[in-house]
Design a protein around this ligand. Structure first.
Ligand code: PFF
Length: 484
């Protein structure tokens, strides 16, 4: 089949309506952009923190199991809907629903994802802003202390430990950094798929992998690599409790960017001749490899400095800077490390902004750049409220009247509403829609799977995915079920 290319090199192939549409310039570009969406703060910050909080090896093994049996089938389902619909997420679902003579209200599953992506964007860019701050911190350190010494030379342990809390309390600074990160994201989204989103992925992902491997190898020689290997890969099954399993499924979904309409949107720019099962497998494998390597990058550095691997977000923003202090060349490693995290965060925030932008463009029939600017403006406003969640707005709990979200700040509410409700509901509806509602002929030809593998995928999408995801939803709403 021959792809129809528009002047900007985008592909029109597979578009049921035959409209000219911006799209990835090649299969590689799609793979890199989708990996860019998947690989982000979730892999570098959330995965090591969750692994540390949930017993190391047991969590890791179950996580891999979740990626293979639940994440991958849903990833294929999402890209498949997008590629069929060749539109924004909601319209893609509607097209498939209409072609299957099902209710168009199925598009609600994508609507939820569009809203969820916007909500994640708002707090994700606040964390992106922290990364910018640390890049500045280590850059300043190199200027003042040179490249050979450890990082943050002359600072006491207490002074280093005070950096992150002081940053969090400075709402104005956090808002400024958030606005800067949203603006960088906007720059690429406003330029379009082939001209912006793809460029950021094609340039930054290889740079990201190089930095990750480089820092990991450096850390392996100067840190506690063997100890970290044992920690991450010793499977003590007695540690595999209900709450560990749930943390692993939740992490797998967040990491693969599922349930948030992101992969439907990215799938919509893919041409017909791409084998979706093969590319989904590459995306999932790369995302998992990055999470594991991130563990092997961060833990040796932290363990070698005799520090604790626990502490959630503090693991990256508090413990690591501390560990860099005692490393030879620590300021350079610190700088490179946070640049690497910034690259990963940017390729994900671009995906998060593209989802509502693509939706709004089609809904309001507006051009790309002004639409993206409007979305960015809204994300900055909600981001400011998230940024002040650690200072002036720390007592403002927007959903206090809902027990599940009581006592949570704006920042925490955005995270938990999307992780506990939107993500599982979106993913359950996606698997039911693809497994039970959509006409088989719309699905079967598109997966790129044959024979037994295709049957197995159908089984997973129809049965295992909705069941396991419903369990996550229920336990997320009633945590007492697993005693967590
Ligand atoms: N997968 C990204 C990460 O691991 O950081 C986060 C994310 C991006 C979630 C895009 C959802 C999404 F649509």
């Amino acid at each position: 089949m021959v792809a129809v290319s528009s002047a900007d090199g985008s592909s029109n192939e597979g578009n049921p309506q035959g409209r000219q549409r911006d799209g990835w310039s090649s299969r590689t570009a799609f793979i890199l952009a989708a990996i860019g969406s998947a690989v982000g703060l979730g892999n570098l910050v959330r995965f090591p923190a969750e692994a540390a909080a949930n017993g190391g090896g047991a969590f890791v093994l179950f996580y891999i199991f979740c990626i293979l049996l639940i994440g991958l089938p849903v990833l294929l389902s999402e890209t498949l809907i997008g590629r069929y619909g060749q539109s924004s997420a909601t319209i893609s679902v509607r097209r498939m629903a209409e072609a299957s003579k099902a209710s168009r209200y199925w598009e609600g599953l994508a609507g939820l994802g569009v809203l969820g992506s916007f909500m994640i964007l708002a707090f994700y860019c606040v964390i992106g802003g922290w990364v910018l701050y640390y890049i500045g911190l280590f850059l300043g350190d190199i200027f003042t202390s040179g490249v050979t010494g450890g990082a943050l030379t002359g600072m006491s342990a207490e002074a280093i430990a005070a950096i992150f809390p002081a940053l969090l309390e400075n709402g104005l600074m956090l808002t400024g950094l958030d606005i800067a990160f949203v603006a960088i994201t906007l720059y690429f989204v406003a330029r379009g798929v082939a001209g912006g989103i793809e460029i950021v992925a094609v340039w930054l992902m290889p740079a990201f992998f190089t930095l990750l491997l480089g820092i990991t190898i450096y850390g392996a020689f100067s840190g506690a690599f063997a100890e970290s290997l044992v920690y991450l890969f010793t499977f003590d099954f007695s540690k595999l409790t209900g709450s560990v399993m749930l943390a692993a499924v939740g992490q797998a979904f967040f990491s693969l960017s599922l349930g948030m309409a992101g992969m439907i949107t990215y799938g919509s720019y893919v041409s017909r001749d791409v084998n979706l099962a093969g590319t989904s497998a590459i995306i999932a494998a790369s995302d998992t490899a990055v999470a594991l390597i991130a563990g092997l990058c961060i833990f040796p550095i932290v363990l070698a400095a005799g520090l604790s691997t626990e502490g959630g977000l503090g693991l990256m923003f508090n413990t690591l800077p501390h560990a860099f202090q005692s490393m030879p060349g620590g300021s350079v490693i610190g700088l490179l490390f946070f640049i690497m995290v910034g690259f990963a965060a940017l390729t994900s925030s671009v995906a998060l902004m593209e989802v509502p932008t693509a939706w709004a463009r089609e809904k309001f029939k507006t051009p790309r750049a002004p639409t993206a600017i409007a979305i960015a403006g809204l994300a900055m406003a909600l981001g400011a409220a998230s940024a002040y969640s650690f200072s002036a707005l720390s007592d403002f709990h927007p959903l206090d009247f809902i027990p599940l979200f009581a006592g949570e700040t704006v920042f925490e509410t955005l995270d938990s509403v999307t992780a506990k409700l939107f993500m599982p509901i979106g993913a359950i509806l996606t698997s039911i829609f693809v497994g039970w509602i959509a006409e088989r002929h719309l699905i079967d030809m598109q997966t790129g799977l044959t024979g037994g593998m295709h049957q197995f995928w159908r089984f997973l999408v129809r049965w295992l995915c909705p069941m396991v995801l419903s369990l996550i939803l229920i336990v997320g709403i009633f945590p007492s079920v697993v005693g967590g």
